[in-house]
Design a protein around this ligand. Structure first.
Ligand SMILES: [Zn+2]
Length: 159
């Protein structure tokens, strides 16, 4: 059985961009009938009119529609790893901080910290402690980057 992800939506009940005969433009449609794997009848989600499927001008096949949908999906979930995820979590942390009326603790090498604390680093700015790496390091998420910082360095002599 042929199965390809870009065509997931091409089924009865799926949504697709199509030319609406009443709206006279591309609108979202729900597929109501298919014949031999081809879309036959659709309902316009804008005006509720049911009509035969017309492909949007310039589109050769349904897969072309999916290219735009992939873009939408990416925007919703963000990248599962790397910069965008860090950035989104950081923004959320900052919002929670502001909502709670809290101020981040100034970062000092000599002091001890705990995971979950917010700190203000003189160079990197606002950061959230992700993880403590005993005995004297911690992983901190800054706006665009996760950095390992030293902590609890009091009495080490060299600090
Ligand atoms: Zn319509």
């Amino acid at each position: 059985m042929a199965y390809s992800r870009p065509l997931d939506n091409i089924r009865v009940g799926g949504e697709i961009d199509a030319v609406c005969t009443r709206c006279r433009r591309d609108t979202n449609h729900r597929i109501v009938a298919m014949v031999d794997g081809r879309i036959k009848r659709v309902i316009c989600l804008t005006c509720d009119s049911q009509h035969n499927y017309h492909q949007p001008p310039g589109q050769k096949n349904p897969a072309a529609v999916e290219v735009r949908r992939v873009g939408k999906a990416l925007k919703k979930t963000l990248a599962p790893q790397g910069g965008p995820r860090v950035f989104a979590m950081w923004i959320k942390g900052r919002e929670e901080l502001a909502a709670g009326g809290l101020t981040p603790r100034p970062y000092r090498l000599e002091e001890g910290y705990q995971a979950g604390e917010a700190i203000e680093h003189p160079k990197f700015g606002l950061g959230f402690i992700q993880k403590i790496i005993p005995p004297r390091k911690m992983e901190v998420m800054f706006e665009n980057d996760i950095k390992t910082l030293a902590m609890n360095a009091a009495g080490l002599g060299g600090a």
